[in-house]
Each structure stands twice: as structure tokens, then as C-alpha cells.
Design a protein around this ligand. Structure first.
Ligand SMILES: Nc1ncnc2c1ncn2[C@@H]1O[C@H](COP(=O)(O)OP(=O)(O)OP(=O)(O)O)[C@@H](O)[C@H]1O
Length: 279
């Protein structure tokens, strides 16, 4: 017999509320992103079907669902990364602060600055730790050494990496551990002063200790940023997110507060997935 869903994640949900990390009241928060009736195709293959969801500002949304259900595709729609893939098209609207990001007047450089992305596999540039962090500001034309130093310290502190690397900022980023490299990539994303961070399975390649650090970091960062995270780890979704969207075969089956999804989901498919009955 499997545990009922109400009990399976209750320890995590209770622990969150007693440690002051309970989920935000997402239904009463200001929207950062609003997706309206979004459909998406890779050539003739439809990958997303009629997705509508509101992502509250300064909160964490977890996208969950079995492999191939469209989580990463939807994530990449939020900063138009799918535009880089040939043969894709979409219908519907995605609004950021009320403005359609697919509108003709949108400046892509500005959009990708506002909506940063962290990938599953950390991808530091083969440069020093310092140069990785200042990459974005340098591309935007920042040359003032004291401003660049300030950005490096601030972003590495935000990414909880400063203490570990402050004495070797000019050594290669490639010598860092996997977990440190992932936090460096987060620091690099923060250096462009984004408003939203998209994270595609940011901890899936990390050991439990590094995973904990990333989860703590996500909690710290959400006081300033809106975060959308794709994860296959249900405990992680229950621990870090405020709202959760369950995808299946390109459709969003259920969206709601993380408390609700992980203790009393309305849809049987959601319950089956989070209790491990399929996927
Ligand atoms: N570049 C691409 N070209 C063609 N089809 C793609 C491309 N990327 C994804 N797809 C297809 O779109 C569907 C959704 O894929 P997506 O990667 O968004 O799923 P996912 O839920 O993120 O999966 P996973 O959990 O395995 O990362 C799948 O059928 C996938 O094969």
C-alpha cells in the first residue's frame, strides 16, 4: 500500500511552515508573467496545448511532470529561447509585467537580460571566476573596474559562493566543483540584474550537499526575483516552490499552491504522478 498523498509530503510542508519558509499566498500576489492560451509547435509536432498560467512576482513556480511533457519547452518560452530553434512557432500570449514578450517591439537583448536562465548542466566559460561573473556587464559596455569589482562581490555573495572563492577570483572557473560551478552560473545570471530566473533542473547533476545549497539559495533569491524551476525531484518541488504546475503530454493538468498540489491535488493524474504511480 502506498502512503496517501496527504501524508507523503506533510513532513516537508510542516517543516517549511515551522521554519518560516512556508509558501507565499500566490493567489493574492502580483503577476509577473501571464501565459494565455499558449500553443507551441516544433515543426508540425505540437508540444504545448492551451497553457494558461499566472506566475506571481517574487515567488518560486515549480514545473513538474514526466519526461517529454513540455516543461523545458514552456520554460524556454518565457525568455524566447525557443526562437533559436528552427521550425518552431506558437500561438497565444505571454505577458511580462503586462506586456506581450512576443510583441514586435520587444528588444531581445533586454528581454534576456530581464529573464536570466540557469541550465541543468553548469556551463561556466573557460575563463576565470571573475571573468565569468562580469561577462554580461562587459558585453553591455561596463568598463569601470571598481563597478565590475562591486558586481563580482555582490553576485558571488548572492549566489553563496563568495567565501569559497574570494581568494582565487582570477583562477579558472573550470577548477571549481560541480556545485560551485552551478552557483557561479547563478552569479553570472545575477550580474545582468535580471528580474526573473529560469532554472532547468539546476540541481539534478549535484550531490545532496550542493543540492541543499542551491535550494537554500533559491529561497534567499526569491525575496528579489521571480523564479521558475523545472524539477524531477518531487521533494525539491515541495521544499522550494510556492506554486506548482503539473504538466502531462504538453497540457497543464493542474496549477495551484504547492501546499495544495502536494497535500490535496484536485486531479487524479497529479496525485498519481506525485505519489510515484507513474512517470
Ligand atoms: N529541439 C526540439 N526539436 C523537436 N522536438 C523537441 C525539441 N525539444 C523538445 N522536443 C519535443 O517536445 C516535447 C517536449 O519536450 P521538453 O523537453 O519540453 O519536455 P520536458 O518535460 O522538459 O522533458 P524532460 O523532463 O525529459 O527534460 C517532447 O516530445 C520532445 O521530444
Amino acid at each position: 500500500m502506498r502512503e496517501p498523498v496527504s501524508r507523503l509530503y506533510s513532513d516537508i510542508i510542516n517543516e517549511r511552515s515551522t521554519s518560516g519558509r512556508g509558501s507565499l499566498d500566490v493567489l493574492n500576489s502580483r503577476p509577473k508573467f501571464e501565459a494565455r492560451n499558449v500553443n507551441f509547435w516544433y515543426h508540425s509536432k505540437q508540444a504545448l496545448f492551451d497553457i494558461s498560467v499566472v506566475i506571481p512576482e517574487r515567488s518560486v513556480l515549480a514545473l513538474i511532470g514526466p519526461s517529454g511533457c513540455g516543461k523545458s519547452t514552456f520554460l524556454r518560452m518565457l525568455n524566447r529561447m525557443n526562437d533559436l530553434i528552427d521550425g518552431t512557432h506558437h500561438q497565444g500570449q505571454i505577458r511580462l509585467d503586462g506586456r506581450d514578450i512576443y510583441g514586435a517591439e520587444v528588444n531581445m537583448v533586454d528581454l534576456r537580460r530581464r529573464v536570466g536562465m540557469v541550465f541543468q548542466k553548469s556551463n561556466p566559460f573557460p575563463k576565470s571566476i571573475y571573468e565569468n561573473v562580469v561577462y554580461g556587464p562587459r558585453v553591455s559596455g561596463e568598463k569601470d573596474p571598481s563597478k565590475l569589482d562591486y558586481v563580482v562581490e555582490k553576485c558571488l555573495k548572492q549566489a553563496a559562493l563568495w567565501d569559497e572563492v574570494k581568494d582565487r577570483l582570477h583562477s579558472s572557473a573550470m577548477d571549481l566543483s560541480g556545485g560551485q560551478q552551478q552557483r557561479l552560473c547563478i552569479a553570472r545570471s545575477l550580474a545582468t540584474d535580471p528580474e526573473v530566473l529560469l532554472m532547468d533542473e539546476p540541481a539534478s547533476a549535484l550531490d545532496p550537499k550542493s543540492t541543499n545549497k542551491i535550494e537554500d539559495l533559491i529561497f534567499e533569491l526569491k525575496s528579489q526575483y521571480t523564479i521558475v524551476i523545472v524539477t524531477h525531484n518531487m521533494q525539491q518541488a515541495a521544499r522550494v516552490s510556492d506554486s506548482t504546475a503539473f504538466f502531462f503530454e504538453g497540457k497543464m493538468i493542474e496549477f495551484g499552491s504547492t501546499n495544495m498540489i502536494f497535500t490535496r491535488p484536485h486531479q487524479k493524474q497529479t496525485e498519481d504522478y506525485i505519489t510515484g504511480r507513474f512517470g
